[in-house]
Design a protein around this ligand. Structure first.
Ligand code: HEC
Ligand code: HEC
Length: 179
């Protein structure tokens, strides 16, 4: 039983890892995936939905790509917008429904929360594979005024708005490129 469990955990980590520990080909794959919501051929309706998402969920912070969290996480977030990290991010019912559907459609198909003891993450930055990927970054680079927290993806990932997180595009304020 233990072996079985370990195997499935390993499989999950591997599956999730393809996203973060990608060789160049897989990385291209991920990039296309993460930039789904701005992919060129979009219907008029999709464009309207993306614009709505960016306006409403990009009002206070970077509009995170839905691909970074599974549906269960987005559902949890959408259920508690009246108390969203100490703010009120409530939407009118029609917009709420549109955004919830958008997040569900583009959500990560990987669990991403293996090792969190059943807890459903609402932060991308608290998921184990995010922490793993960012473990080498000294705290002072994150807590400095120009970044503040790991929630501020676009402070370091200069092309994150277009869904691209390549290492050569990283510029940490006051420290420069990561490579
Ligand atoms: C009224 C302001 C406001 C609006 C509107 C808002 N948020 Fe947030 N959100 C916050 C704050 C504040 C935080 C915490 C930021 C921090 O820790 O630096 C946050 C954090 C988050 C995080 C966690 C980031 C991380 O990985 O640490 C996610 C995910 C998120 N918001 C999603 C959404 C979604 C989806 C919407 C639209 C339905 C939305 N937010 C709209 C204020 C807002
Ligand atoms: C303080 C700067 C900083 C912030 C803020 C930050 N990152 Fe990163 N991120 C990095 C660095 C540096 C790396 C490369 C780490 C390494 O290779 O050791 C990285 C790596 C990544 C990777 C892997 C890229 C690859 O080539 O495989 C992804 C995906 C990513 N970050 C997404 C995010 C998201 C999403 C957010 C916001 C929720 C975020 N990051 C916030 C600095 C940051």
């Amino acid at each position: 039983m233990k072996t079985l469990l370990n195997l499935s955990v390993a499989a999950l980590i591997l599956a999730g890892g393809a996203f973060l520990y990608a060789d160049d080909d897989e990385h291209e794959e991920h990039e296309r995936h993460a930039s789904n919501f701005i992919a060129k051929p979009m219907t008029k309706q999709e464009k309207t939905t993306v614009a709505l998402y960016q306006k409403e969920c990009g009002a206070c912070h970077f509009a995170y790509q839905p691909e970074f969290l599974p549906k269960s996480s987005w559902d949890k977030t959408m259920k508690s917008l009246n108390n969203h990290f100490g703010t009120d991010a409530t939407l009118d019912p029609a917009e709420h429904k549109t955004i919830q559907n958008y997040l569900a459609t583009h959500a990560s198909k990987y669990d991403r929360m293996t090792g969190m003891g059943g807890e459903i993450a609402i932060r991308i930055s608290e998921t184990p594979n995010f922490k793993q990927e960012h473990r080498e970054i000294p705290k002072k680079m994150v807590t400095q005024a120009e970044v503040k927290s790991f929630a501020n993806c676009s402070a370091c990932h200069t092309k994150s708005a277009s869904g691209s997180y390549r290492e050569r595009e990283i510029r940490i304020p006051n420290y420069g490129s990561w490579e």
